[in-house]
Design a protein around this ligand. Structure first.
Ligand code: ADE
Length: 246
């Protein structure tokens, strides 16, 4: 997968050299290209923002550098990328969207700062590319960079060969299938007793059916405790008799 990121702070993306994503880049599974938006300005101050039309606080990112930067990324390519614009006003970033984006060959992230990017940029490229404005949560960051780090990590770990164990992707909280709308339950490793605290004996039993049942019960309990609104989305048809008893 190719990922282009346009930002006024490309140095924010140093963590993409590390760990799973860093290894995926070394192997060539992931081709990440960073671009400095200011390279497409033409004034001495390399200006990327201006005051908002209609008044109001803060500054808005000017459309011209964005147009030139995105055109330069698209230049010479037959097929365009999917354009993702992080913004608190966007659609929610979910595991489902991460899976959808992980199936794309090419993503372009446009990191806004200040009050956001002049809306005509999204309209302009919306006629040529698939454009998604995406929010990683109901809070406001100083810019899109950290949101893009979050999304690239969530998407990157889903790419074939990035995680050692493919099973762990299907067991993730929120994974479509048996974990849809459920949070993963608690996990344990050796030693069997630590500071007098025992690992739940069922996990040492070797009984796979009972372990799966226990894990599902714990997932249901944790979801009820931490995210009760998710349980409503489970739907009675997805719950068996034992689930309803939990
Ligand atoms: N930029 C600022 N806040 C954001 C958020 N919550 N999600 C995505 N991009 C953002």
């Amino acid at each position: 997968m190719r990922i282009d990121i346009i930002s006024i702070f490309p140095e924010y993306f140093a963590p993409l050299d590390v760990s799973l994503i860093g290894k995926a880049r070394e192997r060539g599974t992931l081709d990440v290209r960073l671009h400095q938006l200011r390279d497409w300005t033409h004034d001495i101050h390399r200006t990327v923002d201006d005051t908002p039309y209609g008044g109001g606080p803060g500054m808005v990112m000017k459309p011209e550098p964005w147009g030139e930067a995105i055109d330069a990324v698209l230049a010479g390519e037959a097929e365009g990328p999917r354009l993702i614009v992080p913004t608190p006003s966007g659609r929610p970033f979910t595991q489902g969207l991460a899976l959808d984006l992980a199936a794309e060959p090419w993503l372009l992230f446009a990191c806004g700062r200040y009050e956001g990017i002049d809306s005509r940029v999204m309209a302009e490229y919306g006629s040529r590319l698939r454009v998604d404005e995406v929010s990683i949560g109901d809070y406001v960051l100083a810019g899109g960079e950290v949101a893009v780090l979050v999304m690239v990590e969530a998407i990157g770990r889903l790419l074939p060969g990035v995680l050692g164990n493919a099973q762990s992707v299907s067991d993730d909280s929120f994974a479509p299938g048996t974990m849809a709308n459920l949070l993963e339950g608690p996990v344990f490793t050796k030693p069997p007793v630590w500071r007098g605290r025992e690992v739940p004996p069922i996990l040492l039993s070797g009984h796979h059916g009972k372990i799966a049942r226990w894990r599902r019960d714990e997932a249901l309990r944790r979801t009820a405790a931490n995210r009760p609104e998710l349980l409503a989305g489970l739907g009675p048809e997805t719950l068996d008799k034992h689930d309803r008893a939990v």
